[in-house]
Design a protein around this ligand. Structure first.
Ligand SMILES: Cc1cc2nc3c(=O)[nH]c(=O)nc-3n(C[C@H](O)[C@H](O)[C@H](O)COP(=O)(O)OP(=O)(O)OC[C@H]3O[C@@H](n4cnc5c(N)ncnc54)[C@H](O)[C@@H]3O)c2cc1C
Length: 450
């Protein structure tokens, strides 16, 4: 007789250990990766993934939903270098992920010691890769001189890593979400309005349409919206300790894409990802991504901004703008100019007349150090936070769920517990070039009042 079955056919193991239950809010890379890892580890678990947008919608607000994202392990931080290599190994070997990864390499114009720091990290990790720091004059000749008209002011050397590249982000998100649903994850399209709190414990979430979903574990993977959701929940529950405060800041960045014509496309088709790296006092690093299958080449702009609003009386936070799609397609002339500037920094004057196909404002959650938050919330039992991609979270998609599951189970390595804690020492954001410094209101087009 099977040891777990008593004569009436009841499975004792099911009697003694209730079914694990999870509500995960947010179906970007943090949420989907977690759902996908959990359902593989616990096929019988009750896992509900709630998002305001349908997983297969052709218009989503998720930062993870994008035409393409850089997938690189070129980090001067050893931990992120290691995790990104782990993630790349999955991108390169697992049939679910493989179709979305393009190993084009990166061409990184470095100001300072960045190239040497990355190469040192690869060596420390014992990882072999076609990676080198190339003198500027020599680098300009590479890739048929594709970047010879870039701005090299202050560039000390160029980091070439042929094993990095980019991923078709939205398509990849779609495929992994679909697989998680096939494995048993329930996907619910609802906007969560507040957490369901009960005497200091989080029991679930309430939605705008009046539904509620309960579980033993409530995980917020709500990206740029996280602060606002906690703000509204704190107000509703009368518990100030739920607020994110200065731990999380929502930041917006502009992306823009230009269409390459029949003559230009073949020159750029196999290009590596281009980067312009700057020290904090100058600004954030900038990127130029290779063309998509629609022949659209992408940049992001140098201005990273907040949208400061009073969500509840007396509390000012940064949150994505109100509205169905955060107004992500309404990009002011000032912000479109950011993309023109980025274009010039990579390709000089020749790019000036490339026709722009689209602009989008993309919102992500930031911490002062750029480290994620993957942690229990210290003021509510049953509530966990996994977000703050800080403009670099996508590339970890294949492995995020493994670490978030470890966090849920108290098994995260001590160095990661400390790095990603809800409560931790936070460095001065002055040291972070990607910190949202501008205010969205100051970047809008001025309307003449007659
Ligand atoms: C312009 C730009 C370029 C980037 N480029 C790169 C790159 O090249 N490489 C890289 O690695 N990273 C990049 N990043 C960073 C990366 O995209 C993000 O860090 C990552 O996608 C964040 O994932 P997430 O799951 O935390 O959030 P998101 O992807 O934003 O997902 C959050 C989800 O939560 C849902 N949600 C929020 N609130 C609610 C609610 N109340 N109810 C229901 N659902 C809710 C949203 O609908 C959304 O689907 C970039 C970011 C931006 C903005």
């Amino acid at each position: 007789m099977d040891i777990g079955i008593i004569p009436d056919g009841t499975d004792i193991s099911k009697m003694t250990s209730p079914r694990r239950s999870y509500v995960i809010v947010g179906a970007g890379v943090f949420g989907v990766s977690t759902a996908y890892h959990l359902i593989q580890k616990y096929p019988d678990a009750d896992i509900t993934l709630v998002d305001r947008d349908a997983w297969n919608s052709d218009n989503r607000v998720a930062a993870s939903w994008d035409w393409n994202k850089v997938v690189r392990a070129d980090y001067d931080d050893l931990i992120y270098c290691r995790l990104a290599i782990e993630a790349q190994d999955v991108f390169k070997s697992d049939p679910l992920w493989q179709p979305y990864f393009h190993e084009t390499g990166v061409y990184w114009m470095c100001r300072g010691s960045y190239a040497q720091d990355v190469i040192r990290n690869y060596k420390t990790l014992g990882r072999k890769a076609e990676i080198s720091a190339v003198p500027v004059a020599e680098a300009k000749e590479l890739y048929d001189g594709l970047f010879k008209d870039a701005d090299y002011t202050g560039v000390t050397e160029v980091l070439i890593n042929k094993t990095s590249g980019w991923a078709a982000a939205g398509d990849c998100l779609l495929a992994v979400t679909k697989r998680a649903i096939e494995l048993g994850v329930k996907y619910v399209t609802q906007e969560v309005s507040t957490l369901l709190m009960d005497q200091g414990r989080c029991r679930g979430v309430c939605t705008k349409s009046g539904k509620s979903f309960t579980a033993d574990h409530v995980l917020l993977c709500t990206g740029a919206y996280t602060s606002k959701l906690l703000e509204l929940s704190a107000d509703e529950a009368g518990d100030n300790n739920l607020r994110a405060g200065s731990r999380i800041v929502a930041g917006g960045i502009t992306t823009g894409m230009a269409v390459l014509d029949d003559e230009l496309f073949p020159q750029f088709e196999k290009m590596p990802v281009g980067f312009q790296g700057y020290p904090a006092e100058i600004g954030p690093f900038m990127g130029s991504l290779p063309p998509t299958k629609d022949r659209e080449i992408k940049w992001w702009g140098p201005t990273i901004f907040r949208n400061t609003v009073e969500v509840t009386p007396g509390y000012q936070i940064s949150a994505p703008p109100e509205g169905r799609d955060f107004g992500q397609w309404k990009v002011s002339k000032r912000l479109q100019e950011d993309i023109q500037a980025a274009k010039r920094l990579f390709y000089g004057k020749k790019s000036e007349n490339w026709p722009m196909a689209k602009h989008r404002i993309c919102w992500d959650a930031f911490t002062t150090s750029g480290d994620f938050i993957i942690s229990p919330h210290s003021s509510a039992k049953g509530l966990y936070i996994a977000t703050c991609g800080s403009f670099h979270g996508f590339k970890f998609f294949p492995v995020l769920g493994r670490y978030i599951t470890q966090m849920l189970e108290g098994d995260l390595a001590p160095e990661l517990v400390q790095k990603w804690a809800w409560d931790r020492e936070r460095p001065d954001p002055a040291l972070n070039p990607e910190w949202p410094r501008a205010e969205m209101n100051d970047l809008q087009d001025t309307v003449a009042k007659l």
